[in-house]
Every structure is written in C-alpha cells, then in structure tokens.
Ligand binder design. Structure first.
Ligand SMILES: Nc1ncnc2c1ncn2[C@@H]1O[C@H](COP(=O)(O)OP(=O)(O)OP(=O)(O)O)[C@@H](O)[C@H]1O
Ligand SMILES: [Mg+2]
Length: 252
C-alpha cells in the first residue's frame, strides 16, 4: 500500500531520516518505535508532505506522492492527524467533527462552503455522519460540549472522530497514547482495532509498549534516522539491538 525507497530527509547537515525503505501492507496496524530523536516524527511528516524528501521515493496505492503538497496527499486518502486543523476550543465537539471534510469530496467541499444555497444538504449529511462517528467513539453525550472542556483522553477520541470524517485509507498516528489515562487508552485501542477490521490501515508511532505489543504487527524500529529492524512484536521485543538502541538514545 505504501512503499518507501531510500527515503532521506536532511535538516541542514543533519540526516533526520537516513535512507529508510519499507513496505506497508494494506489492512495492517504497523508500529513504529525507537528512542527520542530517532526520526520517527520526521518520517511521518515527510510521508504526509509536511517536509519535502531530500531524496528517495514514496509511493502510495501505486502513485508517487513524494514532494506533493499535504492537501494533495490528504486527497489520496493518506491522513496524518495534524493535517486536520486543530479543534477549535470554543466550538462544540459536534461542530469540530463536522468541520473535517471527507477527502473524497475534496476541495469541492470548501468551495461549496461559500455557495450558501448548496451547502444545506451537505451540512445535513455531514451532521448525520458526524453524529454516527461520535457515537462510535463514545463521545455522543459530549456532542454539545465545548472542545476545550474535554479531558486529554477525550481530546484523542475527538481527534480519532475527526480522522474518521476524512474517510481515510491509511492513517498515521503520532503517539495516540500520550497523556491518556489507562481506561481511555483501552477504549482508544479498541476503536483502532475496530477501524482496522473495517479496512483502515494504520502506522502508529508510540512509546507505550503495551499498545505496540497488543495492537501492532509488524513493528518497525528506527534509530538515528535508520530502520534498525522490522518484525513481529515478540521478536522485536527480545532483540538485543533494540535495547542497545534505546540505551544509546539515553546516553546521547
Ligand atoms: N524542523 C526541524 N528542523 C531541524 N531539525 C529537526 C526538525 N525536526 C526534527 N529535527 C531533528 O531531527 C531529529 C529527529 O527528530 P524527530 O522529531 O523526527 O524524532 P522522533 O523519533 O520523533 O523523537 P521523539 O520520540 O522524541 O518524538 C532530531 O535530531 C531533531 O532535533
Ligand atoms: Mg516524535
């Protein structure tokens, strides 16, 4: 589904991503781990078009997407959470969810936004869809609440709802478990599993090993900009090179 070949992203003299190649299979949940500064977020940003690759290629569903603008990549169904505008604190959960257009309606959605007459039907459909999605993530009772009043974990669920509005094929999640209490984390993990069963592919950066071990297969390990190894979670967990990478990361 997603194929990276020799991907490089440099910042000045620093090679944050240093020749990464891998293939992501459709309908998997792939984990991406590695010590702080390994280049994980930079890799995501390069895939999503936030950064232009220094060299190498990225292909998604058979099309080359390397160097495309973020909104064009979004339109192919590849969604990185923060490509979606951040929730507006002073708007309700429902309004924030409705704001996200499906990648399938694309720019037309935004053009219609100004053409008031045609907007009504789309708004009704969007409201209905948003309600269904909020129901799915368990935020239906908070639909009328201001986004700023949600807890950290509820914010993550809102983020997930907004990702779903985009009808993505592949979702890149950067630390979905960060700052989330264990109960809500279990909910988030359930929802991710369910969305995956419905056919959405995920690539997830996460420092929480429980999440990685229970949800992800395969797991990719990055260290110092490079892909160190790739394998099933049990293999990765017990590989001495991974421990070395983390210890090296701490020392650095
Ligand atoms: N915009 C930027 N400009 C310059 N250097 C950057 C930029 N973004 C990241 N870097 C550098 O690239 C390297 C990789 O950073 P990155 O954020 O990708 O790591 P990470 O694996 O996501 O780490 P963490 O687990 O802490 O989130 C670091 O040395 C970082 O300082
Ligand atoms: Mg990061």
């Amino acid at each position: 589904m997603l194929i990276l070949r020799d991907l490089v992203k440099e910042f000045g003299g620093l090679r944050a991503v240093d020749g990464v190649s891998f293939t992501l299979r459709e309908k998997t949940i792939t984990g991406l781990i590695g010590p702080n500064g390994a280049g994980k977020t930079t890799l995501f940003n390069t895939i999503a078009g936030v950064h232009r690759p220094t060299s190498g290629s990225i292909s998604f569903l058979g099309h080359s997407i390397g160097g495309l603008a973020p909104h064009r990549i979004f339109a192919t169904g590849l969604v990185r959470t923060f490509q979606i505008p951040r929730p507006f604190a002073g708007m309700t959960v429902l309004e924030n969810t409705m704001l996200v257009g499906s990648h399938q309606s694309g720019e037309r959605f935004w053009n219609n936004w100004v053409a008031r007459g045609t907007v009504r039907a789309e708004e009704r459909a969007s409201r209905e869809r948003a309600r269904e999605i909020l129901d799915f993530v368990g935020l239906e009772r908070l639909a009328g609440e201001f986004a700023k009043n949600l807890s950290g974990g509820q914010q993550k669920l809102l983020e997930l709802a907004r990702v779903m509005m985009a009808e993505p094929r592949l979702v890149l999640l950067d630390e979905p478990g960060a700052g989330v209490n264990p109960t809500l984390l279990a909910t988030i993990m359930d929802k991710l599993r369910e969305l995956n069963a419905r056919g959405i592919t995920f690539l997830i950066i996460e420092h929480n090993m429980d999440l990685i071990m229970t949800l992800c297969n395969p797991v990719l390990v990055m260290a110092q900009g490079r892909l160190l190894l790739e394998g099933p979670p049990e293999t990765v967990r017990s590989d001495p090179r991974v421990l070395d990478a983390y210890l090296g990361g701490v020392a650095a």
